[in-house]
Each structure stands twice: as structure tokens, then as C-alpha cells.
Design a protein around this ligand. Structure first.
Ligand SMILES: Cc1cc2nc3c(=O)[nH]c(=O)nc-3n(C[C@H](O)[C@H](O)[C@H](O)COP(=O)(O)O)c2cc1C
Length: 167
């Protein structure tokens, strides 16, 4: 059985692209990818390690499909699970709500789940983000709109970090 479930919500494909890259790095034999728009609670329950990805829409909202799934997410039993978050956003146009969607997802989960995969805010130019706690991002923040070339390196580094923290 695969240990890692990657669940993403994506409106224009960017967060989905990252989910596929994550799966490739962990190996298809270890990780499944699911679009959160067609998921049941049981689909989440089967994995020990979860990677949850959302983009940010509106001003600081979680991606629509995650908003719809939020009440179900609250019913998942996160005991014995480790959860890593990633968020897609635009730090230039939305400098005051950069990857807030990831911050909102974190707020839903932080008291229930063991969250791993925090990342430094160094090198980012945003002003404010709900996804920052104790001067760190609560997961991996990706600005594909402005810095597409950085993405692969960020993902590779994060997967190496998760391989240690998922132990
Ligand atoms: C109307 C609109 C609102 C957005 N709002 C935010 C925002 O508040 N914060 C942010 O970081 N990015 C924001 N973004 C940027 C998206 O999150 C970004 O383009 C992301 O890569 C989209 O990913 P997806 O295709 O997986 O949905 C917004 C983009 C649009 C077009």
C-alpha cells in the first residue's frame, strides 16, 4: 500500500502541476495524487503521510474546491498522520495575502495534525502572509506566476526535507 497521499485543489493547473512533480520525486510506487474536487474522507484516511496543496484566490481565500471540502476535512482523524502543506500564490500582485490559502488550511489542521515541512521565508518579497508562523512558512510557498524557474529546485529541496520529516 502506498504511504503518501497528495491532495490538491487547483483552478488553472499550477497546484496540480506541483502535485505531479511531487509524486514523480517520491515515486509512483509510494505516492498517489488526488484532486480534492472528487475525494471522500475515506480516500484521505488510508494514508499515513499527507501532502495537501492549495492555491489562493479572491483576496486570501483557499482554492474553491478546498473551501467546499473544508467541513469534511474537519472530520478526518489525523492521529498517527503527518501532514505537509504547500501553497501556490503571487507575491507581487497579492503581496499582502501571499499564499494565505495555505495559511487557512493550516488553521483548520494545526490543532489536530502533526504538521511538517516548514520552510524559511528568506528570498520572498511579500509583505504579509497568513501562512507565516514564527517567521517561517507553515509549508512550501511557490510563486509560479513570477518565479517559475525557481520551482523545481524548491520542490526537490522540500522533498528531501519531507523524506526525513516523514520518518
Ligand atoms: C483573481 C485572482 C486572485 C488571486 N488571489 C491571490 C491571493 O490573494 N494571494 C496569492 O498569493 N495569490 C493569489 N492569486 C494567484 C494564484 O494563487 C496563482 O496564480 C496560483 O498559481 C494559481 O494556482 P492554481 O492554478 O493551481 O489555482 C490570485 C490570482 C487571481 C487570478
Amino acid at each position: 500500500m502506498k504511504n503518501i497521499g497528495i491532495f490538491y485543489g487547483s483552478s488553472t493547473g499550477n497546484t496540480e502541476l506541483v502535485a505531479d512533480k511531487l509524486q514523480a520525486l517520491f515515486g509512483e510506487e509510494n505516492a498517489d495524487v488526488h484532486n480534492i474536487d472528487s475525494v471522500e474522507i475515506e480516500d484521505i484516511n488510508q494514508y499515513k503521510y499527507l501532502i495537501l496543496g492549495t492555491s489562493t484566490w479572491g483576496i486570501g481565500d483557499m482554492q474553491d474546491d478546498w473551501e467546499e471540502f473544508e467541513s469534511s476535512l474537519k472530520k478526518v482523524d489525523f492521529e498517527h498522520k503527518k501532514v505537509a502543506l504547500y501553497g501556490l500564490g503571487d507575491q507581487e500582485v497579492y503581496a499582502d495575502s501571499f499564499v494565505d490559502g495555505m495559511g487557512k488550511l493550516y488553521k483548520v489542521l494545526s490543532k489536530k495534525a502533526k504538521i511538517v515541512g516548514r520552510c524559511s521565508t528568506e528570498g520572498y518579497r511579500h509583505r504579509q502572509s497568513m501562512a507565516v508562523e514564527n517567521k517561517e512558512f507553515v509549508g512550501l510557498a511557490i510563486d509560479y506566476d513570477n518565479e517559475p524557474k525557481l520551482m523545481d529546485t524548491q520542490i526537490i529541496r522540500w522533498v528531501e526535507q519531507l523524506k526525513k520529516e516523514f520518518k
